[in-house]
Design a protein around this ligand. Structure first.
Ligand SMILES: C[S@@+](CC[C@H](N)C(=O)[O-])C[C@H]1O[C@@H](n2cnc3c(N)ncnc32)[C@H](O)[C@@H]1O
Length: 255
């Protein structure tokens, strides 16, 4: 089966099937990712209200788990069709996915039971906090384009750079490009996969760079980040090649 990559995300990535297969349930993997990313994004060291979700796909994970003081959120992805799903959802159009289980789980993580009216209020807040949906490309030195001059307080990125890079050298460079969007003292919360080489969405195979934790640590150091905390877990997922691999979530500061 051909291995898809890069611009294939614009026309061959079935965004709604991706959401259903990878984020449609509270699997052990998703509980690990959501709860650790939640803890890191809510860490008291993080300051400011400007958050970038880099390589967001049609997924609202970062926005759901970010504390409500992030009122200036930019969601960015290579694929306009991924952003279109978010745009349609923001406009109140029907899409083939509900985030309620993730919203409720995130609420429970902060010891707040989410009743139906709480859920509606959170969704309304989330829709006003996401200020822009923009195209991005991790390959570019200025990944949001030359006109984007604002810096962010926090960058959240989840399973993007390992999908984008074809070599460890590229991974290092792409992380450096994304790091340019943070000032010194800004924070990065990153989720990713180790030892994964591909993943399947709608019977199509998408490339993932085989990475070790030391590749990730080197890349962070090279991009002037200091790791503050990280967690990883071994998991099994039939949609992954190989099915057994590891995932990590980390918090880093740009020095
Ligand atoms: C595996 S999906 C992960 C999406 C989402 N963040 C999540 O955790 O569910 C990888 C995402 O990276 C995006 N992507 C791939 N190459 C990219 C690049 N060069 N620059 C920016 N985004 C890219 C794809 O469009 C896709 O949405």
């Amino acid at each position: 089966m051909v291995l898809l990559h890069g611009n294939d995300y614009c026309d061959k990535f079935s965004a709604e099937i991706f959401l259903k297969d990878f984020w449609g349930s509270l699997s052990d993997l998703n509980i690990f990712l959501i709860s650790n990313a939640y803890v890191f994004l809510n860490n008291e060291r993080l300051t400011g209200h400007r958050l970038l979700d880099f390589g967001c796909s049609p997924n609202l994970l970062g926005e759901i788990i970010a504390p409500e003081r992030f009122t200036d959120i930019v969601m960015a992805d290579l694929s306009p069709s991924n952003l279109d799903i978010i745009r349609r959802w923001m406009d109140g159009q029907k899409i083939n996915f509900k985030w309620d289980h993730m919203l409720k789980f995130a609420a429970e993580s902060c010891v707040m039971q989410m009743c139906q009216s709480g859920l509606k209020r959170k969704i309304a807040h989330l829709k006003t906090s996401v200020k822009k949906l923009v195209n991005c490309d991790a390959k570019k030195e200025l990944p949001l384009g030359p006109d984007y001059v604002e810096a962010f307080d926090v960058v959240f990125t989840s399973f993007c750079l390992g999908s984008a890079a074809k070599s460890v050298a590229e991974y290092k460079q792409f992380l450096k490009n994304v790091a340019s969007l943070l000032p010194s003292g800004g924070h990065l919360v990153m989720c990713g996969a180790l030892n994964q080489m591909a993943y399947i969405v709608d019977n199509k195979r998408f490339h993932h760079l085989k990475l070790s934790m030391s590749d990730v640590k080197d890349a962070l150091c090279n991009a002037q980040f200091e790791i503050l905390e990280y967690e990883f877990e071994c998991i099994t997922l039939p949609e992954s090649e190989p099915p057994e691999y590891s995932v990590f979530v980390l918090l880093a500061i740009k020095v």
